[in-house]
Design a protein around this ligand. Structure first.
Ligand code: C2O
Length: 536
């Protein structure tokens, strides 16, 4: 194939965003974030951080959840093995505020690069160089993968709450943490290549042309540093990805799979992403227990989690590796392309779907530490990563086919079959599909609150539930999870917006809804099913 590589745009501006600017200080010597310098926070003032917001809102006694950076402990693999993924101890941490003079990096869709393109060679070179750095260098590839491990498998406890683990999945930290993580990863690549214009590729799994593992990640298994042998052998190209996959799913033909995937994207990005909490996930503040928070946003659950398990779950579903488990996901170079696309969804939700960022100070002031391209530790705030152009990067503008892939109603629902009342059925262990007839709540007054179907108290080891297929209106979505090391037995809820779905099905005047729950892998306990009004 001829090299039809898109030109990597060369910019003449010298990005200034490598600078570390000291915190701007107001005239009375306070930082804009309140009386406490962010750096103090990092060494143990976590509990005091909420003081500023407390004054403004006396009912909210809160503070951002902050990892105890001084005390990284061993993380836990899904099988219980303890693993040390702590970064080198950091001292002299500087606060970093990006201030890119212009956008100098364009992240391009990975599937458009041929394996003889310059871009491919560059990205390979960068990863190869990262792999060759000394293992004590925090920019070393394994060290970079370990950053993800430490932040998500119990490497940190919460500052001020040593009995609680800190976690960047399953809450409103998901999008911003991964944005910062990729930002520094990309800067490290650029630095090693000595090319400021270098940008990560994104795995465009939401477009029919990108619904396979991109060739650049599978080329040359013996030599390419972008290749990882710990991927599901059944899922290598030309297999089309199933964005709703769980272990043991039958395959369908490519055309149907692509249609399903597009519908799933529509559902997750639009129908199930009406509010900030729907999209980003729930608030996670100091003192919150991530295990019971039940806070993942729609995109994090699916397709994000699913792309992980689809890629990294081998023939033994109990032994997911690399992409399939959070502690090891960063060891596969495809991780960074996967997350670039997740990050791109944030942009699409804001710029094309009318979404807005949280303005909650606990979100904006949530702080992380990374090692930058010079191997120096920096602390960054969520509030400083909300605008990707300030971070100096953008995404190639590619078509978004799922924008008009709204699931369709199969046949008008007629009278409901008889099914039992949830009270007679739950709690139960789901071994085969069950139907329950769930009563809808009565509207009081003129409220326009949306109805939410809640599947309560789902208990699993590692697992998935699912029903119907994404291309049909009645399909609400699945429950998916990438194995974590901590909280082996997790109890959670899964919530689905149904107001629009019921309207589209033409059954908005029905008093009850028939809910079908289908277990997909492993038995799963469920405590109840109900419909309530949205209270967020
Ligand atoms: Cu931090 Cu895709 O996981």
């Amino acid at each position: 194939m001829a090299a039809t590589q898109k030109p990597l745009i060369k910019f003449s501006c010298k990005a200034k965003d490598g600078e570390q600017k000291p915190e701007t200080t107001t005239k009375n010597g306070e930082t804009p974030l309140g009386k406490f310098d962010r750096r103090n926070l990092l060494v143990g003032l976590g509990g005091l951080y909420g003081a500023a917001s407390l004054a403004a809102n006396p009912l909210a006694f809160a503070a951002p959840a902050t990892p105890d950076f001084k005390d990284c402990v061993n993380a836990t693999e899904p099988n219980g093995t303890s693993i040390n993924c702590c970064p080198p101890a950091a001292s002299n941490i500087t606060a970093y505020v990006p201030s890119a003079a212009c956008v100098s990096r364009t992240r391009m869709s990975a599937q458009t690069f041929t394996t003889d393109s310059n871009y491919y060679r560059k990205y390979m070179k960068a990863i190869e160089k990262m792999k060759k750095l000394k293992s004590t260098d925090p920019r070393n590839f394994t060290e970079q993968a370990n950053v993800h491990c430490a932040y998500c498998d119990g490497g940190y406890t919460q500052q001020g709450n040593p009995n609680l683990l800190y976690e960047i999945h399953g809450s409103w930290l998901f999008f911003p943490w991964h944005r910062w993580y990729l930002y520094f990863f990309e800067k490290i690549c650029a630095n090693l290549l000595d090319d400021d214009s270098f940008a990560l590729p994104f795995w465009n799994w939401d477009d029919p042309t990108g619904m396979k593992i991109p060739n650049i990640f599978v080329n040359d298994p013996d030599k390419s540093p972008l290749y990882d042998s710990n991927r599901n052998p059944d899922h290598l190209p030309p297999t089309v990805i199933n964005l709703d996959w769980s272990y043991g799913d039958p395959t369908v033909d490519d055309k149907q799979q692509i249609k399903s995937n597009l519908s799933l994207m529509y559902t997750q990005m639009i129908t199930q992403s009406k509010t900030q909490t729907d999209f980003f996930g729930k608030a996670y503040r100091s003192g919150d227990d991530i295990v019971t928070l039940d806070g993942a946003g729609s995109i994090e659950l699916s397709p994000h989690n699913v792309v992980h398990s689809w890629t990294g779950t081998m023939t033994d579903p109990n032994n997911p590796i690399d992409m399939g488990a959070l502690y090891s996901a960063g060891r596969d170079p495809i991780f960074y392309a996967h997350h670039a696309n997740v990050d791109r969804m944030w942009n699409i939700w804001l710029n094309q779907l009318g979404g807005t960022n949280f303005t909650d100070s606990d979100w904006l002031n949530s702080t992380f530490i990374f090692y930058n391209e010079e191997a120096k530790p920096v602390s960054v705030r969520v509030g400083d990563c909300l605008d990707n152009t300030k971070l100096g990067y953008t995404y190639e503008d590619v078509p978004i086919a799922w924008l008009d892939a709204k699931p369709t109603a199969r046949a008008k629902a007629r009278t409901l079959p008889s099914a039992r009342d949830p009270a007679q059925v739950f709690p139960t262990t789901l071994e085969k599909a069950i139907n329950v007839l769930v009563k809808r709540p009565k509207k009081s007054g003129s409220g326009s609150a949306e109805e939410i179907l809640v599947i309560e108290g789902i208990e699993y080891d590692k697992d998935d539930v699912n029903a119907s297929r994404p291309e049909y209106t009645e399909y609400l979505g699945n429950f998916s999870n990438v194995p974590h090391g901590h909280g082996m037995k997790v109890k959670t809820n899964r919530r689905f917006r149904i107001t629009e779905v019921l309207k589209d099905l033409g059954v908005n005047n029905y008093e009850s809804v028939l809910v079908t729950l289908v277990p997909k892998s492993g038995p799963l306990k469920i405590n109840g099913v109900k419909i309530e009004f949205d209270s967020s």
